[in-house]
Write a protein that binds this ligand. Structure first.
Ligand SMILES: Cc1ncc(COP(=O)(O)O)c(C=O)c1O
Length: 474
């Protein structure tokens, strides 16, 4: 309920306005007519400047009102309202179609600018409610099937098998390809731990290789060098939205008769040579965790063109149970199912994926434009031939680790969330026995950090991030 002490009738005096500003402690009143129609705002600064100009406290508030003021409409999306806040404007009137003030929105400076934030303002709640009311809240239900079909269509593959998360998607993929003890699986040094863990769950041996200096993705030359007679598969990871060199990787895989499982957790919609990632290898694996391009809260999916693998994954995902004979288990499977509730959110998220990718790219370009002038900082490459990168987390890098840490500290001090680049797997005690090569990855990782990449990041927020970074580097 809106407190009336933030509204001040246009017929009031300067003193009335000042009293209300004192009372509401927001430094501002909205000036309205008898109909509550917005006519302007008066801030404590307007009062101060008015008094200095010789306006008396008994004069009409009209003498000091700012008629051009920032406001938002009740139909505006939250991020649009958020982006109107600035250094000067911290309280914004919300008006209806008749310009009547019906509410206000206030900027909370205590709220940290998050590194990522799920955008749930499409039909998520409608579909979620529909799934809930249908009572199909476990893993059977129309949304699971719909999400599998629509997401695999989006990626350009025939089949999609929804899973409980991205890690189970990777594990499921490796299991149905028959990867296990005695096999070697080549993975990049820079990735999230789920990639290597999924290999270890199967009993196979991960072989960690270095990354390319320009793309930060697995280096095909290093893959070639690491192949032995035990090598069974490669897991290229499309890191921070950057597609791997799928042309060369598929050629190597074919020549050496290796499986390819793409880890696309961070790269929904990214393309190599005009084709979506996830559609090159035997199986493509996605994550729909809350910080991903589209989310289902927790969730994942395996996509493939191979019908036999699709069928196998469905059996393994569902406790290994026969699809023909209930409670007859053909293999030792898992419960890796996605719920209908999660899938309902996924269907709504997918409806907006193009718009989501668009604002993400625009945001990265805005950071890029502003950081162009700062010689000591660079952003992840987006100009590599054949590769259409998407923006997952905007990733910057500087000359050394000390500077990187100082930049991140300056951001945190300014109430901005900052994240370091992934720590190379080779640096961790538990994985160090699996390292084949790690020269470039070691160098890059200490220098990189992520910038806030969410839909509430507008011009003001970008300026704030850059101002924080500039306290460290020129
Ligand atoms: C590259 C990569 N692979 C796998 C995963 C695992 O996905 P999930 O968290 O959904 O299990 C993630 C992210 O979380 C990731 O970034």
């Amino acid at each position: 309920m809106m407190k009336m002490n933030i509204l001040c009738n246009e017929k009031s005096t300067v003193r009335d306005a000042l009293d209300k500003i004192n009372e509401n402690a927001k430094g501002v009143v909205f000036i309205v007519d008898d109909n509550q129609e917005l006519k302007g705002v008066v801030t404590d600064g307007d009062v101060r400047r008015g008094l200095l100009r010789g306006v008396t406290v008994d004069a009409s508030v009209g003498e000091i009102v700012s008629r051009e003021c920032v406001y938002a409409r009740s139909s505006d999306e939250p991020e649009k309202v958020f982006k109107r806040f600035s250094e000067k404007v911290k309280v914004i009137p919300i008006v209806n179609d008749n310009m009547q003030v019906i509410d206000y929105s206030e900027y909370n400076s205590q709220v940290k600018l998050a590194i990522a934030q799920p955008q749930l303002n499409g039909k998520e709640l409608d579909y979620l409610l529909d799934a809930f009311l249908s009572t199909w809240i476990s893993s059977t239900g129309k949304y699971v099937t719909q999400f599998e079909k629509e997401f695999s269509d989006y990626c350009g593959t025939k089949y999609g098998v929804a899973t409980s998360n991205g890690t189970t998607a990777l594990h499921l993929a490796l299991v149905v390809l028959g990867i296990g003890e005695g096999d070697e699986v080549i993975i990049p040094d820079i990735t999230f731990a789920a990639t290597i863990n999924s290999v270890l769950y199967t009993g196979a041996t991960p072989v960690i290789v270095d990354i390319e200096a320009d793309s930060w993705c697995i280096d095909p030359d290093e893959i070639e060098k690491a192949i032995t007679e035990k090598t069974k598969a490669i897991i290229p990871v499309h890191i921070y939205g950057q597609p791997c060199d799928m042309g060369r990787i598929m050629e190597i895989a074919k020549r050496h008769n290796l499986y390819v499982v793409e880890d696309c957790a961070e790269a929904h919609g990214a393309m190599y040579a005009g084709k979506k990632v996830g559609s090159f290898g035997d199986i493509g694996c996605f994550s729909f965790f809350g910080n991903k391009v589209i989310t289902t809260g927790e969730g994942g999916m395996c996509i493939t063109d191979n019908q036999e693998l699709d069928q196998k994954m469905r059996i393994y995902r569902d406790h290994g149970m026969s699809r023909e004979r209930k409670y007859y288990h053909e293999v030792v499977g898992f419960n890796y199912r996605m719920t209908n509730l999660q899938a309902a959110i996924g269907v709504a998220q997918l409806e907006n994926i193009e718009k989501t990718l668009e604002w993400r790219e625009e945001l990265e370009n805005s950071y890029r434009d502003k950081l162009n002038a700062v010689a000591e900082i660079n952003l992840q490459r987006n100009d590599l031939p054949n590769r259409k990168k998407i923006t997952w987390l905007v990733t910057a890098y500087v000359s050394d680790e000390e500077k990187r840490d100082a930049c991140m500290k300056a951001m945190v001090d300014a109430n901005i969330d900052a994240r370091p680049f992934f720590v190379p797997l080779s640096e961790m005690e538990i994985y160090k026995n699996y390292v084949f090569s790690n020269k470039v990855s070691k160098d890059i990782s200490g220098r990189g950090f992520n910038l806030p990449t969410s839909y509430v990041v507008g011009k003001e927020q970008i300026d704030k991030v850059i101002a924080a970074i500039k306290t460290v580097i020129a």
